[in-house]
Design a protein around this ligand. Structure first.
Ligand code: PXP
Length: 237
């Protein structure tokens, strides 16, 4: 079964636009779970422009599904993850001012840094995942760090999908097979949507988890949150 983890950063972005607590990110997260999502993802950034550290602490004791914290492993981020101890940490290589993640790790260059982090998080009982592209060598280096999983960066798939979905999925199927043969779990995320998710899942049914934020929140404006989550879960059947 492929789990749907809802990234609630965009909900926090809307809240932060007015300075109050509307929408309430904790309530939205709990409603996502109630509507069937099997996980919640947050991406706290150093400037707290969407999810804040205080949101992460508030969510932890209330969530009943899988909690995934993603982000760049700065000292503050590492400290937060070790204090909160979510089910999973996903490491992304993005700079603090980046609008959103736009590449996977160069796991070859950063092998020793990542290996140390896998030991730190793994030792604290937190499952580890590294955000990567489809370059096979870099996936092999991700395995060498001791990561439990990788998350494939799916923006290139989403971009090519409307023009040529077979060409779009091909490198991802190849990469997903390598991930499986190396004994790692497999997540995917970025720009997945109601348009392209089902085809990805049909071609890579052994995906453990997808992490989806932007498109899901946009769809919820029209369909409502409950129907939107239903529609995403349908794509993963
Ligand atoms: N995975 C990672 C590592 C991300 O950084 C993001 C965006 O914060 C996502 C998944 C979700 O991407 P989207 O918002 O496009 O669904």
């Amino acid at each position: 079964m492929t789990k749907l983890s809802v990234n609630i950063n965009k909900i926090a972005t809307i809240r932060n636009a007015r300075g109050g607590n509307n929408p309430d990110v904790v309530k939205v997260a709990l409603d996502c779970e109630r509507f069937g999502a099997q996980g919640i993802t947050v991406h706290p950034r150093p400037d707290e422009r969407h999810i804040r550290r205080s949101d992460v602490y508030a969510l932890k004791p209330l969530l009943s599904t899988e909690f995934n914290i993603e982000g760049y492993p700065s000292p503050e981020f590492i400290d937060l993850v070790l204090k909160v101890k979510p089910h999973q940490v996903t490491l992304v290589p993005d700079a603090p001012d980046q609008i959103t993640s736009n590449a996977g790790w160069d796991t070859k260059t950063h092998q020793s840094f990542l290996t140390e982090l896998m030991d730190t998080f793994g030792g604290a009982g937190v499952r580890t995942s590294i955000f990567v592209g489809t370059d096979i060598e870099l996936i092999e280096y991700a395995a060498k760090t001791g990561a439990d999983r990788v998350e494939l960066y799916t923006e290139p798939y989403a971009t090519l999908y409307p023009k040529d979905r077979e060409a779009a999925i091909a490198p991802f199927v190849e990469a997903a097979k390598v991930v499986r043969s190396l004994g790692m779990g497999l997540n995917a995320g970025h720009d997945l949507s109601l348009e392209n998710l089902k085809y990805m899942h049909d071609n890579i049914p052994w995906l453990d988890e997808v992490s989806i934020g932007h498109a899901l929140v946009c769809d919820a404006l029209y369909l409502g949150l409950e129907k939107t989550i239903d529609a995403y879960l349908d794509c993963l059947k």
